[in-house]
Write a new protein. Structure first.
Length: 345
């Protein structure tokens, strides 16, 4: 049986058939239309379609020193925060002609370090990173090499870099204030037993701020770090106390999932037995038996803003001033703290 191989179509073939120079085709492919008539653009487009021409992206990247690819390193793609910001980044980048490589660090400094190096080797044009804070020296090296970076949902005073984050301290403060106004003083804070990033530290500070505001003495036993393996033992001990917690503030959506699973397993009712507030408005929060009160973040918009700042710095090397864009959090009150729609305020 005879095998037929199609000859690879080259840029010069497109130029000859369209009746233009090779450089004109190159300008078209690079979207430099300033001195190109509409008819010429239309003719080149039709020839490219007719011949099935596919530009050599590697060769173009080498010539332009630009890959039109960016990387984003998130803590855990299973978190609703990571999913939403990644979608925001991807949507904005797609409109601007950039591809996105998504990396999942699991809040592991070693894994994060490896991803930073991998993205550099792939010659991405820039990186958006929700950093562990343990690789700041490497990030500083990349800044010196002029690799555009945007820090997402983290604040580090020792790095001069564009940042996009939420006002976590105020968000947590308002959540705890809401619980106090609902009559709660024994408020438990549940934190995943993993890397304590700057966002979680800010929420813990907001918790203490609210207690101080109402002259409530902080009980360090009500700050607990849990994992899937130890949550039952730790929560059992807390609820066996003479003065057990009457409300729980879950510091992220992983903590929220762990707490809700525990409460259901132990048949502890929300809000009759304990009030609960989570962080991040995940899709099922409003569908629970007692719809969950949450500290909402503008996660999708944060992703868009991070991508906007990164591409701005990629495409304008003269940008000097660093931007710190802080999004407000929003307390979304539902029934998990005892609020009912037909209650009189």
């Amino acid at each position: 049986m005879e095998r037929v191989f199609m000859e690879k179509i080259r840029m010069i073939d497109v130029a000859k058939k369209a009746g233009v120079s090779k450089s004109t085709v190159s300008q078209y492919l690079n979207k430099r239309y300033e001195f190109m008539s509409k008819d010429t653009r239309q003719r080149i487009s039709e020839v490219i379609q007719e011949l099935g021409f596919k530009p050599n992206s590697v060769a173009r990247s080498l010539k332009l020193k630009k890959t039109n690819t960016i990387g984003i390193i998130v803590p855990n793609i299973n978190y609703s925060f990571s999913t939403a910001v990644s979608r925001g980044v991807e949507d904005y980048c797609q409109k601007k002609g950039y591809s996105v490589i998504i990396c999942n660090s699991d809040d592991n400094p070693e894994k994060e370090h490896a991803y930073i190096q991998m993205l550099q080797m792939k010659q991405v044009d820039g990186i958006i990173i929700s950093s562990t804070g343990e690789n700041n020296a490497l990030l500083k090296e990349e800044i010196i090499r002029q690799l555009p970076l945007v820090l997402l949902d983290r604040i580090f005073e020792d790095i001069k870099i564009d940042m996009v984050c939420s006002d976590h301290r105020t968000g947590a403060f308002e959540a705890i204030l809401h619980l106090i106004k609902m009559g709660h003083k024994r408020i438990l804070v549940v934190i995943p037993d993993e890397h304590l990033n700057s966002s979680r530290v800010s929420r813990i500070k907001g918790y203490y701020d609210a207690l101080v505001e109402y002259n409530i003495v902080a009980d360090e036993d009500l700050i607990v770090y849990v994992s899937e393996n130890n949550i039952d033992a730790k929560m059992d001990d807390l609820f066996k106390m003479d003065d057990p917690p009457t409300a729980i503030f879950c510091i992220n959506d992983l903590a929220t999932l762990q707490v809700l699973t525990y409460l259901k397993r132990k048949k502890i009712k929300i809000p009759e037995d304990v009030a609960v507030i989570g962080v991040d408005d995940f899709p099922a929060a409003n569908l629970l038996e007692s719809p969950l009160t949450v500290v909402g973040q503008h996660t999708y918009d944060m992703g868009i803003k991070a991508a906007e700042l990164l591409i701005r710095r990629i495409e304008d090397k003269n940008v000097d001033k660093c931007v710190q864009h802080v999004f407000p959090c929003e307390l979304i009150v539902r029934e998990s703290c005892g609020f009912k729609k037909n209650d009189s305020l």
